[in-house]
Design a binder for this molecule. Structure first.
Ligand code: NAD
Length: 295
């Protein structure tokens, strides 16, 4: 018999992830607050439910992909109290990007009910969600991580256990803070070259084979026209939006404050993305490589 997965939050990311679960043979019980989103999931083969409580009845797994930590805690613990409706032996996998504290609260509330919840935030955008090539960074026990494998491997290709509850979120914000830093560094270096007469494609080719090489340069060149198919080459439309990078940098700065860490580059990246978003209201919805416009 097919395993049942309740999927809650089928937006830009969750929609594609749920389709991959269906393709892998899971029965997907879908719930989203937006009727249009739910209707689209139904068209893809999910079974729509009119409440989260109804969607989780009799399931083996619950997967959520929601906008923020307040929504996650309200759904599972406070307002909706979904943990009290989920079968006790089901595994809860929250893939939303939230503060580590939100994930720990969820893990603790589940444990108090004799249940297991793990955090499994993702790296990779909407295309990776649709293509089933996400990276998952999990926080929880080894046993829970092992139980989550069939579900996570249907939606992603690289699946890591970062540590205990909340550790997945910490791994995610460390990675994205570094991503912001090397994207900004790549953009300013390219613009410096262009301002001094270099062709950005020629300069990119040189740096790719030199010590300045990095993921932003290799996979996500921020200079328009250098890389076919990049966000930069389509006027920074689509991709990983500035406002989502700001969200992740904000979570990183919260973790910095809590742990009294020293992250001057991350703090500067946070300020620069803030200034970029403020400079023009439209920038928040552009891909994060659009930081190049600043230079
Ligand atoms: P989205 O806004 O497109 O989707 C979120 C969905 O959740 C919406 O359809 C919304 O209606 C639904 N929702 C909100 N509250 C709900 C509730 N209480 N019950 C049921 N449904 C509810 O957002 P997204 O881009 O899919 O992002 C989801 C998560 O993934 C976020 O935490 C984000 O930070 C993370 N993330 C996004 C990307 C990206 O490129 N978009 C990449 C990595 C991680």
């Amino acid at each position: 018999m097919s395993k049942k997965v309740a999927f809650i939050g089928l937006g830009n990311m969750g929609g594609g992830m749920a389709v991959n679960l269906i393709k892998a043979g899971f029965d997907v019980h879908a719930f989203d607050l937006m009727p249009a989103v739910l209707a689209a999931a139904k068209d893809e083969g999910a079974i729509p439910f009119d409440s989260a409580e109804a969607a989780v009845e009799g399931v083996d797994f619950v997967v959520s992909m929601l906008p923020n930590g307040t929504i996650v805690e309200n759904l599972y613990i406070h307002q909706t109290g979904l943990l009290d409706k989920i079968p006790n032996d089901a595994l809860v996998i929250d893939c939303s990007t939230v503060a580590a504290e939100n994930s720990r609260n969820l893990g603790k509330a589940a444990a108090e009910r004799g249940m297991v919840a793990i955090d499994a935030p993702v790296s990779g955008g909407i295309a990776a969600a649709a293509g089933g090539t996400l990276a998952f960074m999990c926080g929880g026990s080894q046993a829970a991580f092992d139980r989550a494998q069939p579900v996570l491997s249907a939606m992603g290709t690289n699946i890591f256990l970062a540590g205990e509850s909340g550790a997945g979120q910490i791994a995610k914000i460390c990675n994205n803070m570094l991503l912001a830093v090397h994207m900004i560094g790549t953009a300013e270096a390219l613009q410096l070259g262009v301002n001094n007469g270099l062709d950005p494609a020629v300069l990119s080719g040189i740096m790719l084979k030199s010590s300045g090489n990095n993921w932003s340069l290799e996979k996500y060149n921020p200079y328009p026209g250098v890389m076919e198919g990049s966000a930069a080459s389509r006027d920074y439309q689509g991709g990983f939006m500035v406002k989502l990078m700001q969200k992740d940098l904000g979570l990183a700065m919260d973790a910095v404050a809590k742990s009294q860490s020293v992250t001057p580059m991350g703090a500067l990246a946070n300020s620069l993305y803030g200034a970029h978003a403020k400079a023009d209201a439209r920038n928040a919805d552009l891909d994060f490589a659009s930081i190049l416009k600043m230079f």
